[in-house]
Ligand binder design. Structure first.
Ligand code: SAH
Length: 229
């Protein structure tokens, strides 16, 4: 076997150090999600397809597939993949559904919803994050995602009603406009409680009444707006 001289060997070893293979790290993330109890194969498939490192700053790319939330700037965060997976599972999505997301953030959750075959309407209040998410989602070719800038606690009446609503920021109560924009038999997921410490609620509409289920503690950034903080 040919070996380069000692001095060259360290250089070539350095050059040969493998960069994390995006396919392998995504597989590892999916394995870890399974270990944490995620069983919905459609959710796992969707998350296995998306290049999550493209949704965070380059400096954080190496940690993009860890089960942790990461900063997006402006005090906001991209949710932990486990939280994204749990919430997506709890939404009981079917392809073709119209889904409203409040809190576009990085755009990652919207991409997951689109990969599940849904038509996604997502609202973000911070212009910088809205623009960034728009850029990456356009680049990746997500034609089924509509992105709006504004106060998501008001919902988005233009395209209502929605089969599903997912709120990815925590407020003091369930915004009334969102309840109104939920379809018959529609399902909404929303963290409600104190700042940074909420309960994840699933609200199912049955005609004019709403059934609430509590899925335990959650920690999201603040839902800021007319019907938020
Ligand atoms: N779903 C995102 C993570 C969201 S972080 C992702 O996949 O990356 C929560 C986001 O909600 C932040 O970007 C914050 O700016 C936004 N937000 C807070 N209050 C809002 C409101 N009233 N309307 C729309 N977006 C809001």
């Amino acid at each position: 076997m040919f070996l380069p001289p000692e001095s060259d060997r360290s250089v070539s070893a350095k050059q040969a150090r493998p960069r994390p293979d995006p396919h392998r790290v995504r597989e590892r993330m999916i394995r870890e999600l399974r270990e944490q109890g995620i069983t919905d194969e459609n959710v796992l498939r969707a998350m296995g397809l998306i290049h999550r490192h493209l949704f965070v700053d380059e400096a954080l790319a190496a940690r993009a597939y860890d089960l942790t939330s990461l900063p997006l700037g402006l005090g906001q965060t991209i949710s932990n993949p486990l939280t994204v997976a749990r919430m997506t599972e709890l939404l009981q999505l079917q392809a073709g559904m119209r889904v409203l997301e409040i809190g576009t953030g990085s755009g990652y959750q919207a991409a997951v919803l689109a990969e599940m075959g849904c038509f996604v309407y997502t609202v973000e209040r911070l212009p910088l994050l809205h623009e960034k998410a728009k850029k990456i989602l356009r680049e990746l070719g997500y034609a089924r995602i509509r992105m709006m800038l504004g106060d998501g606690t008001m919902g988005y009446r233009v395209a209502a009603p929605y089969a599903r609503i997912i709120v990815t920021a925590g407020g003091p109560s369930v915004p009334e406009p969102l309840l109104k924009q939920l379809d018959e038999k529609g399902i909404m997921l929303i963290p409600v409680g104190e700042a940074h410490s909420q309960r994840l609620l699933r609200i199912t509409r049955r005609g004019s009444s709403f059934v609430r289920e509590d899925f335990g503690p959650a920690s999201f950034v603040d839902l800021v707006g007319n019907h938020g903080w």
